[in-house]
Write a protein that binds this ligand. Structure first.
Ligand SMILES: Nc1ncnc2c1ncn2[C@@H]1O[C@H](COP(=O)(O)OP(=O)(O)OP(=O)(O)O)[C@@H](O)[C@H]1O
Length: 275
């Protein structure tokens, strides 16, 4: 897991000559990404508004992690436009403004929760003069993820869900404006999943932060303000759950997704007509 997006702007990303004073959290146009020999994202165009939870949903292998890596600036071979908080993805100014939690929680098992946080805080905000601020930020981040009672527990002795929350706490250390969370609820029981989603809503509401959360569990879509539905490197929809259900005359986002898949299949393989 990393807290911030490193690296320089992608050579393929086109800088915006007229910056919007209040740009969306993410704006993509003609975004294409190649991994190995093949294109894994095809000409994506979408907007992630600020202060909301946008769900990135689609089956395993459809390109969710690749898109998230592109947004945080760790993905190579990008073409098109990908602006994040008004800058080309990967721009150095974004480093302290984005929190990124990868699928596998990378916490140090032989350190306590607080020691893990202290370690990452020292990287983010180094120097003796920042010691008090760091200690405050660490205490706050531990409280944010509801792990105060486990502050001195070894990370190796925590449950999978608790370890996920330590990773999330690390991402929250720098009070990021944009949090990118790659399948944060995978493998969690329903109670922990619910608690984590409540925490996401709390972060969006109380801090005005933007969250981009990926999942391949469609019922989690109902918890998002907006959805990006993906399949095979393409975007099937960029809309609210309500609008998706209405547009497809379905009851659930899962049914809406299946409807859109059928529509896309019909469009790409039109029935042969006989003469
Ligand atoms: N290092 C790589 N080299 C080549 N292709 C890759 C590489 N990593 C991923 N891919 C391919 O890119 C596509 C998108 O992968 P990605 O990990 O973005 O999907 P995903 O939707 O996040 O999947 P999951 O939900 O299983 O994590 C897949 O077809 C995958 O096989």
């Amino acid at each position: 897991m990393m807290n911030n997006a490193p690296g320089s702007p992608h050579p393929g990303a086109t800088p915006n000559p007229n910056p919007n004073p209040n740009p969306p959290a993410v704006q993509a146009k003609n975004l294409t990404v190649t991994r190995g020999p093949r294109k894994v994202l095809h000409n994506l165009a979408f907007t992630v508004p600020r202060g909301q939870i946008t769900g990135l949903l689609g089956p395993s292998g459809c390109g969710k992690s690749t898109l998230m890596r592109s947004i945080v600036g760790t993905q190579a071979k990008i073409t098109g436009t990908l602006d994040v908080l008004g800058h080309p993805a990967g721009h150095p100014t974004l480093r302290t403004r984005i929190g990124y939690v990868t699928q596998a929680p990378s916490v140090y098992d032989d350190l306590t929760v607080r020691q893990n946080l202290d370690y990452f805080a020292a990287i983010l905000d180094p120097g003796r003069s920042a010691a008090d601020r760091r200690a405050e930020n660490v205490t706050r981040a531990i409280a944010d993820v509801d792990l105060t009672t486990h502050t001195d527990a070894l990370a190796g002795n925590l449950s999978g869900g608790q370890r996920n929350r330590v990773s999330l706490a690390v991402a929250l250390l720098g009070t990021p404006e944009l949090l990118v969370l790659d399948e944060p609820t995978v493998g969690l029981d329903p109670v922990l999943r619910r608690d984590l989603w409540n925490l996401f809503h709390d972060i969006a509401t109380s801090r005005g932060a933007t969250l981009l959360v990926s999942s391949h569990v469609m019922d989690e879509a109902e918890r998002c303000h907006r959805l990006l539905l993906m399949r095979e490197g393409e975007l099937l929809a960029d809309d609210t759950p309500d609008a998706l259900r209405t547009r497809t005359t379905t009851e659930t986002v899962e049914e809406a997704f299946l409807h859109l898949v059928d529509e896309a299949n019909a469009a790409s393989h039109p029935k042969e007509t006989t003469r």
